[in-house]
Design a binder for this molecule. Sequence first.
Ligand SMILES: *Cc1c(COP(=O)(O)O)cnc(C)c1O
Length: 401
Amino acid sequence: MQVNRELFDHVMVPNYNPSEVIPVKGKGSRVWDQKGDEYIDFAGGIAVNCLGHSHPNLVNALKEQGEKIWHLSNVMTNEPALRLAKKITDATFADKVYFANSGAEANEAALKLARRFALDNYGEHKSKIIAFNKGFHGRTFFTVTVGGQAAYSDGFGPKPADIVHCDYNDLETLKSLIDDNTCAVMMEPLQGEGGIISPTQEFAEGVRALCDQHNALLIFDEVQTGVGRTGHLYAYQGLNVTPDILTTAKALGGGFPIGAMITTTDIAKHLKIGTHGSTYGGNPLACAVAEAAFNTVNTESVLTGVQQKEAMFRELLEAINTKYNVFSEIRGKGLLLGAVLNEQFEGRARDFLVASMKHGLMTLVAGTNVVRFTPSLVIEEDDIKAGLARFELAVADVVNG
Ligand SMILES: *Cc1c(COP(=O)(O)O)cnc(C)c1O
């Protein structure tokens, strides 16, 4: 069988438009395609591959658990899930964990829990959910409606109700929207898909205060920012603003699908037996790999390493910009970085991505105006240098037409 990009168009639902390149192997921050061409990976599977490709700790965990037990269902619990939950709760504000299989599912659980908590404690009127424009929370109908791009939730019939949106970093508008009927405010503690937008400290603290004032739960969607990405285990720890519910996925499994919703005992108790569930949630194979990823990332050396690597990225990107004058700003935190195109190149982020690919570099975009980098948290300095040398060639290509 000829397995190529053409086959995609024959057999796959056309909701994606993937690259012509089909990778077949990865090691660390290098990836090889069917032809044996090599790429440096600054995309990290969209902030998922926190330890690069084929990290020995993850491969060993997968092999070991693979020879023990793969799946049980939630009729039984299992050792890897309990160990992982204990480690997550020990390392965060949370006391309780609900395992899911993806970011959207973790967020779905968070939103359902917030609604149930408000219903049980205050009554049916308290159902308003406030979220932010440009925010992204996944593609289930509830989460995509809470997300801040109506285009993604339009065209599927009646939407889940009582969800309103506000601009990120706009505390005054939030103040005018929030009231005692509000059950939750959901936000990313650094908007990823929306363009790598950091909250101001004043905004983050202000949201927390407004939630407290109106007995609304603060949900942090850390699906992209979590598990070391910003140089802290979770971004809330760097902001010193603690949410009531936090969701984590992407890097949690280092490439194996898993998500989690974590919260306090007092809130968790409203998800009583039978109120919510998932066949695969807490699957032993997923939890064993996630435990290995968590153990590896949650160390002083990896987390401070992220900050050092951020500094290196920024310095080398600034040097490219000094030569070619294409960016108005390098923004983000840790290894969730965005190079924002200046007026002259406005809207052309995809051109930089395509040119990078031609020079053997995998990057991402965040919207049409930001080139996004979410590499492995343990990427070697030599790979950063080599990757950005390739990026410079790509920038030169775009600038020279
Ligand atoms: C990727 C992402 C999601 C969705 O995660 P899936 O695993 O694709 O469902 C949700 N929230 C944020 C902030 C994300 O970056």
